[in-house]
Design a protein. Structure first.
Length: 275
């Protein structure tokens, strides 16, 4: 640098001007990306966000990649290099509208993995949580319990969830739980289990329709493919008069018709949140 300064006396001022121009250019790019993002129908999703693919395609290559770079930055993700960003956009711009595409974002920390998913004309940028434990969670009557890397919320709701009356729970126990948070006792010989899906399970959410496999229920509810592994099933286990297990619900998404509460009766909804 001293040699360059001696040969070019205006070097420092020229570098400062260049840095200022680059900062101004980046500000303009960020402003444009922010305006484009506002037009992309941004939606908050489970563990992330999604944007509308058709508008992204309408921007052209340069503005679309600028928007993606800005979006990743807003999501506090490690920025992709030029080659990675070009590869993401090449795949996204060529995928057919109704095809599912799954892209892991490269270079992310092990505890902050993120993925791009193209699904039903939307682009999702979401984190990947830990897998559900294989060991069932036995409900102890509390409002929340920890299950591996997940927190399970048990919410008493009117007209929704698994009917508490079918579980033999008294109105007094429900009142104490809602007012004071006291655990809800289950009758002897009966347990409520939260377990990961094993495949081929069936449920009948509508009495007027036949029993359906859970994969069909997921499709009917529009649950994206990558989320489905994180919805456990709810089973009622009994030991009297004989040991048995009955599938009664798919998390809070669907409850078997035989186990749904009446409109003014209380039920138990089950929600999962990654820790």
């Amino acid at each position: 640098m001293p040699v360059l300064r001696e040969r070019y006396p205006q070097l420092d001022s020229a570098l400062l001007r260049s840095a200022s121009h680059l900062a101004d250019a980046q500000l303009l790019l960020d402003t444009l990306a922010q305006q484009d993002l506002l037009q992309c129908d941004v939606r908050e999703e489970w563990l992330g966000q999604s944007i509308a693919i058709p508008y992204l395609h309408s921007l052209g290559d340069v503005r679309a990649k600028n928007l993606l770079r800005f979006w990743f930055q807003q999501r506090q993700l490690r920025m992709p290099n030029t080659e990675q960003l070009q590869d993401y956009w090449k795949q996204l711009s060529s995928v057919k509208p109704h095809r599912y595409l799954h892209l892991p974002l490269q270079g992310q920390a092990a505890d902050h993995r993120a993925y791009l998913h193209h699904y039903q004309q939307r682009l999702y940028c979401v984190a990947k949580p830990a897998a559900l434990p294989q060991t069932p969670l036995v409900w102890q009557g509390h409002q929340t319990q920890t299950w591996g890397d997940w927190q399970v919320q048990f919410k008493v709701s009117k007209g929704r969830g698994v009917a508490l009356a079918r579980l033999g729970i008294s109105p007094a126990a429900i009142t104490l739980n809602k007012r004071y948070g006291q655990p809800i006792p289950l009758p002897d010989g009966l347990s409520l289990l939260i377990t990961p899906r094993m495949g081929c399970e069936v449920l009948q959410p509508d009495a007027k329709r036949p029993r359906r496999e859970l994969k069909v229920i997921f499709q009917m509810l529009g649950i994206p493919p990558w989320q489905r592994a994180f919805y456990p099933v709810v089973q009622v286990a009994t030991t009297q008069p004989t040991a048995s297990q009955t599938l009664v619900a798919l998390a809070a998404l669907a409850v078997d018709e035989a186990w749904r509460p009446g409109r003014n009766a209380y039920g138990l909804e089950i929600f999962l949140h990654p820790l």
